[in-house]
Design a protein around this ligand. Structure first.
Ligand SMILES: Nc1ncnc2c1ncn2[C@@H]1O[C@H](COP(=O)(O)OP(=O)(O)OP(=O)(O)O)[C@@H](O)[C@H]1O
Length: 604
């Protein structure tokens, strides 16, 4: 454990008064569950300290936090710290996030901001800082969010030519002069409550108000604005919190607008207390996101959907990053087992597996935090509004999805001494990685829950037949689900879909029957007909898909073999296809049986 860091933290806590007790016991390891403290992967350094709302008062003790030289995130917001800006913090050259808002700091800002060259979130709002905004702030080239609102800052606004900056709030200070050119892209609300001369500062767009919109994407946009605007919007940001935290209400955005600020403040306090004492947000390696639990609960949240294991929200954090938060329900195992499973899942780093960034466990609340995928899931890409103005998912991309997913699952199957199961392969859990290859999410959740409930139809189409009896997912059942996904990519049809009103068709059975009657050409998605020279590949993929959905688990190929088969399709055909842009890695060509032979052994 990092002894030096531990001593620095103990020196800090022993020299400051605070109203809530922390569990910082010097006999325990600083990396082991100390409230608000996060260590790096090998527990050799403390990298984040998040202590919002602990009731600290007085000056930050000298020569304490400044010794945490590996610190990346420091959040001391919503306390009652006073005194000048703690210059010790200038020692922390690795900081990416500094959150000191809602305290009673006073005096000038530090003049040499440039020491924090990696800083991307800085919030010093709601303090008593005065003097001018130092021009050195312009050197923070990674800054994405800057909050200086509700202080007593004066003088001109520096020309903050920082292209990465997405959120800015300078409102309610004593700033004068004009809004510099580089900042005209921000809404006027970022500057209100100052003495800025009106003629020259003509902000481009005046956002109406922070009223929440009735529906989703707009809701989140206005929510971000809301945070910037400040107090009036605090209302609905905090209701979003309510939405995630209390489990009492469904998303009812209308109610959000009418809540009074007073009420929310107290709500907020209870919430943060409840969560800080109960549980801890655990981060995994490579998580550069600057957020703490309160950020998560304060974030504007939009429901993405309800799944088998819970509800997933899109949450916009204060520093303008967006994450997907999965709120689990009906977790049937205890903390230890839960944490163990999270460690396995969270330490998987593979380009075809969506990284779990962080998780949270307390008695009432279990959360998992992922990167947010802008393009949406493969389910959306494949099925959303088929029609004239739709850009179809081209064959190239479908192949890359299939290859990526196969590689991701094969890698998962190697973990935990070859015992890990994904357990929930389906199109809504597959996203595109930065190279546009498939990337699987939502793995390893089945062991957390009570036995699988067959009532959920959306999953049913991907579920291997033996699960009806065994009630357990396995690597072989992952292979089956992958096969269904392949059929979905090839046919453009959802695994369970209604045809002619009520009727529900099972995709696997449907494909079998079409192939059996030698109508193979009919199974393929009409959207794929426009691409030349892909029949061979489509047929070969169909064969792989059908071998994966063999009825008997032992007849299905292992995932590692599936990877080879899928990759081989490309290496076989690239010779004949000069049009293919990508050179696919692969080994020797596999022998592909004629279509008529597939399925005969596997039809149910
Ligand atoms: N990281 C993410 N980025 C973008 N969208 C996501 C993310 N994670 C989930 N979603 C989307 O949110 C919705 C709800 O997801 P969720 O995982 O809760 O349910 P599901 O995938 O429908 O079912 P299940 O719980 O069985 O996985 C889905 O449409 C899913 O594609």
């Amino acid at each position: 454990e990092p002894i030096e860091d531990k001593h620095a933290l103990l020196d800090f806590i022993n020299n400051i008064s605070h109203s809530r007790n922390l569990n910082w016991d010097e006999r325990t390891s600083v990396c082991n569950n100390w409230t608000g403290v996060t260590c790096n992967h090998d527990n050799s350094r403390v990298i984040a300290v998040r202590l919002p709302g602990i009731g600290f008062r007085g000056h930050i003790p000298l020569n304490t936090l400044g010794r945490l030289s590996a610190l990346q995130i420091l959040s001391l917001r919503s306390n009652a710290f006073s005194g000048p800006f703690p210059t010790d913090l200038l020692e922390l050259g690795n900081l990416t996030g500094l959150y000191l808002q809602f305290n009673n700091f006073q005096g000038p800002l530090p003049w040499n901001f440039s020491v924090w060259k990696n800083l991307n979130g800085l919030n010093l709002s709601n303090n008593g800082f005065n003097g001018s905004i130092p021009s050195s702030i312009t050197n923070l080239t990674h800054l994405t969010a800057l909050g200086l609102a509700n202080n007593s800052l004066s003088g001109d606004i520096p020309d903050l030519n920082i292209p990465s900056l997405q959120l800015l709030d300078l409102s309610n200070n004593n700033l004068t002069g004009v809004v510099p050119r580089s900042l005209l892209r921000f809404p006027s609300s970022a500057f209100v409550g100052n003495k800025i001369s009106p003629e020259t500062s003509q902000p481009p767009v005046l956002p109406p108000t922070a009223q929440p919109k009735k529906h989703s994407s707009k809701f989140s946009e206005s929510a971000i604005l809301g945070i910037v605007i400040g107090s009036s919007a605090l209302a609905f940001v905090l209701i979003a919190l309510l939405l995630i935290v209390t489990n009492r209400k469904k998303a009812d955005e209308k109610a959000i607008a009418v809540k009074s600020e007073k009420k929310e403040k107290s709500l907020k306090r209870t919430t943060s207390e409840r969560h800080d004492t109960n549980g801890k947000l655990v981060f995994f390696e490579g998580c550069n996101l600057a957020f703490d639990l309160e950020d998560l609960f304060r974030a504007s949240a939009e429901v993405l959907g309800k799944g088998t294991f819970g509800t997933t929200y899109k949450a916009a954090l204060e520093d303008a990053t967006t994450v997907a938060v999965k709120r689990l329900r009906e977790v049937s195992i205890g903390r230890k087992d839960f944490e163990q499973q999270m460690e396995v899942v969270g330490n998987i780093r593979h380009e075809n597996v969506a990284p779990l960034r962080s998780y949270y466990y307390s008695k009432d609340e279990k959360l998992m935090v992922y990167d947010f995928y802008d393009l949406g899931s493969v389910s959306v890409l494949l099925h959303a509004k088929r029609g004239e103005d739709r850009i179809p998912l081209d064959w190239e991309t479908r192949m890359k999805i299939a290859i990526g997913v196969a590689r991701g699952i094969a890698y998962i199957h190697l973990q935990n001494v070859g015992k890990l199961v994904h357990g929930n392969i389906k199109a809504s859990n597959v996203f595109l990685n930065s190279q546009k290859y498939g990337c699987v999410s939502d793995l390893g959740l089945a062991p957390l829950m009570s036995p699988i409930t067959p009532r959920i139809m959306r999953t049913a189409g991907y579920r291997a037949p033996e699960i009806t009896d065994t009630r357990k997912v396995s690597q072989a059942s992952d292979v089956y689900s992958y096969g269904v996904l392949l059929l979905e990519l090839l046919t453009g049809k959802s695994p369970v879909h209604a045809v002619g009103g009520e009727e529900v068709i099972h995709l696997v059975r449907w494909v079998h029957s079409v192939v059996r009657e030698e109508w193979t050409g009919e199974v393929f998605d009409v959207e794929l007909l426009r691409y030349p020279n892909i029949e061979e590949e489509m047929v070969a993929m169909l064969q792989i898909g059908m071998s994966c959905v063999a009825r008997m688990p032992e007849q299905r190929p292992k995932m590692a073999n599936v990877v080879k088969m899928v990759e081989d399709i490309r290496s076989v055909n690239t010779d004949n296809q000069p049009s293919s842009e990508t050179k696919w890695p692969g080994s020797t060509p596999s022998l592909i049986p004629p279509v008529a032979q597939i399925g005969s052994s596997s039809v149910s």
